[in-house]
Design a protein around this ligand. Sequence first.
Ligand SMILES: Cc1cc2nc3c(=O)[nH]c(=O)nc-3n(C[C@H](O)[C@H](O)[C@H](O)COP(=O)(O)OP(=O)(O)OC[C@H]3O[C@@H](n4cnc5c(N)ncnc54)[C@H](O)[C@@H]3O)c2cc1C
Length: 453
Amino acid sequence: MSIGQRSTPSDSLYTDDYKEASYWLEDVLDFTVPNAVLPVSADVVVIGSGYTGLHAAIQTAAAGRATVIIDSGEVGQGCSSRNGGQIDTSIKPSVQQLARKLGLIKAKAIRQEGINALKWIEEYVKDETIDCHFERNGLYHAAHTPLHYEQMSRDAEQLNREEGFEEAYSVPRSDQRTELGSDAYYGGVVFPKHAAIHAAKYHQGLVKKALNLGVSFVPHCPANSIIRHNKTGDGQFSIQTAKGTIQARNVMIATNGYTTNLTPWFQQRVIPIGSYVIATEALPTELMNELFPSHRVASDSCKVIYYYRASPDRKRILFGGRVSANETNPLVSGPRLHHQMCRIFPQLRDTRISHSWTGTVAYTFDEMPHTGVHNGLHYAMGFCGSGVSMSSYLGMRAGQKIVGNVEGITPLDNLPFPTKPLYTGKPWFLPAAVSYYAWKDKIEYTRAARKYP
Ligand SMILES: Cc1cc2nc3c(=O)[nH]c(=O)nc-3n(C[C@H](O)[C@H](O)[C@H](O)COP(=O)(O)OP(=O)(O)OC[C@H]3O[C@@H](n4cnc5c(N)ncnc54)[C@H](O)[C@@H]3O)c2cc1C
């Protein structure tokens, strides 16, 4: 994948080699995906070349199915080369919340699937020897008010009791410097089982694996329409693309936050939300050791969350969040993220930005990932910003289902996938919601800082 265009902002906030591109891409520049010509037919056509599409394709190709991945742009141009590389258990609703809608047994099975996804991705990168800096160093989830600290500590105890996986524990503010070089928080909770990854190296490793299995990649090939000819069993589909028409027995929709009116039913069910990230210039080792003494990834309890971490080589900080009510561009989001980063780490006031970028995640109305088959189309999407392991895992499960492998069945299959009246895929309500929650977060942490300096 090529790296984004270099901008030359004069501001001293930026390094001379500042780029409006994902920092992760710097480490995968030596590899170009061989482009294929769109064939007239394939057993399986996968639309979308991120983790979801790749893992589905790896399964179908390994089972001997001729598999083609198409993408609107370059291979991996979506979230999968630009995320924060933090890996959690992905399922946001608690057992209790899920049980109210789906019953306790199903709720527990779904929560367990989040744990399975985290365990599975670790085993996968190990078994396939994918060099992507997978590290299980844990997450420090920091509380932006004392009240949040108390609530988070109670939740962590409950989680440990009920699920027995996380082994989460609280860290009071007095000990916080063992986790984070910041006094902006009021303690936090460590989730020692959470992990980190190099987003683009992981993606590249999957591309290589897929290529070895014979998967063809056709980039710059947006699918414009899908016609289903055979309405029973395996469909016979015609997919019209910018590069011609391809026939397929099975189609996998792996478009997540970039889902368009190609598939209106899905577009009405996912909420595209921009997330923004900056990377800093390389920092002195002593400063990195002060800021990230435990080398865990970090996030906070703000409703409009900030997430950050040291780069795998511990030279830079990657700092992400949502800093605009409306969608914006990296030149606008960069300084705002820098401002927030310095609020949390005043030590970084003179630190410059080397990279600023954005990507679009897919939220859902029930905050759940979704997978299954709709009108003959296999799909996995709606990872709600926590998709590194879950998109991989559900992509893999979808690929297994396509080839008729019962191991592909998951408790997440074909859950009710809610939409809202009049919602067509344009989240008009988002700016108001983001403004309100960002305002509320600010009031809360400003008050806390005044009361407990
Ligand atoms: C800034 C940012 C930070 C994130 N941080 C984290 C994190 O720390 N931890 C975590 O777990 N998750 C994180 N995520 C989310 C995670 O990256 C995603 O959930 C995951 O990568 C989704 O993978 P995917 O393959 O489903 O989608 P994507 O990687 O987004 O791929 C979808 C692809 O579909 C293609 N496409 C769309 N429509 C068409 C069409 N009509 N024809 C052909 N191609 C099409 C797009 O071009 C795109 O390449 C983050 C996301 C972003 C943007």
